[in-house]
Design a binder for this molecule. Sequence first.
Ligand SMILES: C[S@@+](CC[C@H](N)C(=O)[O-])C[C@H]1O[C@@H](n2cnc3c(N)ncnc32)[C@H](O)[C@@H]1O
Length: 206
Amino acid sequence: MSKAPSDRELGIRTQRSEGIERLDLEGPNRIHAERYEATPPGILDEMLLGLDVEWPAATFTDLGCGKGRVVCHAARWPFARVVGVELSATLAEQAQANVAAMRPAHRKAAKVEVQQGDAARHRFGPGPQVLYLYNPFRAPVLRAVVQHLLTDLTRHRAEAHVLYFEPMARAVLEQRPEVSLVAEARRWAVFRVAPGVTGETPNALE
Ligand SMILES: C[S@@+](CC[C@H](N)C(=O)[O-])C[C@H]1O[C@@H](n2cnc3c(N)ncnc32)[C@H](O)[C@@H]1O
């Protein structure tokens, strides 16, 4: 994998940060949301390079995808599917526009899509999962995400990696026995989530 391209090289526009007051957030989880800020180019590649994942079977999901920078960078890897989920309708539209504008020469993923909605309601499909978080929301929302992830991984007999940049609510992951830390740097942590293949539904978090 060559050096991570800039927005300009990818043909996208994601740089400008947006304060929480500028985001059109709706629903009960808007109070747990963090502002929009894009992951610096290169961070995602740094986290993905060490991963042992069967790329063509795997789904990459950026929960709180903002304007879609990480979705576009993940699309440079040969994932079966890359999904962005964003609570703000305005940012989700911008992310969709960026995915459409991304230069095709950079794209290796088979399918790329952006959905507008609350990450706390997102459900995970079959196959290995790679979940990306850039400090998008606080612990109550992450708890709901982890509960769905564990239930869906158990149902599909699959495993996941959680790539967490600026991992402010990492304790939510660390307190689960199904979760182990596999790599760490100054600003990020990567966790493996392996709920076992017993078919049991994991215990509720609360
Ligand atoms: C720090 S930005 C990260 C943007 C992008 N992932 C990146 O790394 O470039 C966090 C984003 O999470 C979104 N967000 C916050 N709460 C959310 C929720 N419950 N569901 C979906 N998105 C959410 C915010 O609107 C914001 O765009």
